[in-house]
Write a protein that binds this ligand. Sequence first.
Ligand code: MOS
Length: 746
Amino acid sequence: MENFFDKVAGEPIDRVDGRMKVTGKAKYAAEYELPDMAYAVLVSSSIAKGTIRRVDAKAALRAPGVLAVISHENSIKVPAHADNEHPTEPPTGGQPFRAFYNNKVYFNGQPVAVVVADTYERARHAAMLVQVEYDKEKHTTSFEENIGSARIPSQVKKNPKSSLADYDRGEVDGYKKAPVVVEAEYLLPNEMHNPMELQAITAHWTADDKLTVYDKVQGTKPTQAAFAKEWKLPVQNVKVIAEFVGGAFGNGLHQWPHETAAIIAAKMVKRPVKLMLTREQMFYMVGYRPRTWQKVAIGANPDGKIVGIRHEAIGQTSSYEDFTESVLQQTRMMYTSPNVSTRYRLLPLDVSTPIWMRGPGEATGAFALESAMDELAFKLNIDPIQLRLINHTDVDPDNGLPWSTKYLKECIQLGAEKIGWSNRSMKPGGRRSGEWLVGYGMGVGCFGAHRGAAAVRARLMANGTLQFQSAVTDIGPGTGTAMVQIASGQIGISPDKITFQLGNSDFPQAPNQGGSATVATVGSAVVAACNVLKEKLLGMAASAEKRFTDVKMEDVLFSSGQISLKNSPSVGVAYTDILKKENLPEIDIIQDSKPGTEGSKYSKYSFSVHFAEVHVHALTGRVKVNKVVSCADAGTIVNKKTAGNQIIGGVAGGIGMALQEDAVMDHRFGRYITKDFAEYHIPVHADVPHVDVIFIDKPDYIIDPMGTKGLGEIAIIGVAPAIANAIFNASGKRIRELPITVDKLV
Ligand code: MOS
């Protein structure tokens, strides 16, 4: 096998689209100007549950420039909605919300009408003139008051073998027989999706049965399939463009009501329609990390060896759709425990549907598991690092399989050195710096190392440039940059001669950018395409240079745009000369790639360890995260700069989880009172300290030919508990409810 790892891995090249982004040339979903375009603004419900008695649009329709006011009273029916079919595949069960389908209100902030006008300002003005009368019903939005109604997810009822089903390894509740037991409850609030770019769509019916959308999504092909199904159109009649996405974090992995509203509006006014949510609307209808209650019990021997773990979780969902995530999987595989019991339940409320948010369930679960491990370490008077090492496992205890690769111990060792773990006091409150209490904490993260199927188009041009196309999106990690670099290493063409076009459903198949799988999935297709091009080039090389007659692949090198003989490197022929000789303007191929069967013999995960040094003010309880060190075992690192950026972003998200993010609802109305960045806090630069990023950077060829494993999720998984544990170490206060705000510390 070609050793990609030795050739190009890690080169911190600049983002190929960086210049476009900083100069404003990059176009986002709401930045396409189409002829005769109209603008749409949503009207949202002001009750959390009930029915709409009447939509009074008279005043709005009289307002200047208004083209239509659309509600369930006059909306055309979305074909799949009319049949009461599932318009899109919901994450795991139930029925995604259907815009303007009937008069039912399921959550406060639900779109109940959309106003279309010739300018945005006129649409916004008219939207304020729409009067909606309701018949209110009693709503249920309080998680705490209704936790007794939590139930088994519908997915588990359908499939008892689901990974979300009740799980018992060894003895049920075997932890109870251990001499030392810690048992605690943990709570995460709702955390709202707030990427910098607001959710937006520009919908254009180019013919009666042909739809083009410029949409903020994480997959152009999955979105194309969803809208084709919704509107009962042939897939090729729907085109989805998402060339640039200004952050998404999971929020673009589901079809949301405003998208359907814009598509309906465009069909009804027979003009392209642009719709962008307001920041406030982002809190109501485009998903969030769900409020989750957890209880963890760990039993251990005095020497630190874990005897048993029980981990329960209840996550919030909507009344109409089951959203589930993998909160408990890591508890089954992270530590050697012979006895593990997990229980997962959902609590449906009169709220909108949650959705994956970076490191989705795993980040939630890690907060509880890694906090409980810290509690156990304290109770046993064992260093938290030592406790992890005592319970380290070289096979996956869940399925008995060996890991494809696992460098978790190395991560722990390198991270501990870098943060200065030896400065940590075993006794909480044992270190001070003036008025500040100083503490150190750590948390482990892991996420399945996934790879799917994808295809790319590759065109090697007569002038020596190489162009790729893929339907994949880039929500920020630098996908195009990574793909250019992978291609460069594989075929020996310098990165500035390679382009990678993405974000268009006309391009070859790629799945959603999600679940940390893009580099492994699409990168493998890039490698496969390069290999086909190399075969073709070598097959034709003899016509340009006789000494390449009957030469085999293993006897040649591909670098600097030419093929050369390994044992006489001065004999070479440029790719451009081969194409010229053959009279070919280009070589144009589409190549697909999917994982083989070899991977099924292994358990495949990426791992991370996050270390935090925090200062807690002894009097005021103010918390400053002073330093973070994150060490990741994510296989080959394709680009150290963009990969490092990903970790820093994940750590920022983890600081938000730990200390700031909290969507507070007024349950009298079932409405969030934190609905902008003044009320809903996310980390700013001043909240994020220097983050030291360390990569193990060892390839995992079980996953893919580059040796990469996913990185996006493990960047955040384990950060929140590292900070919570550091706060305990600094102050002696164990806070089990996020976010850890000063009121909980004084
Ligand atoms: Mo991610 S939560 O798969 O965008």
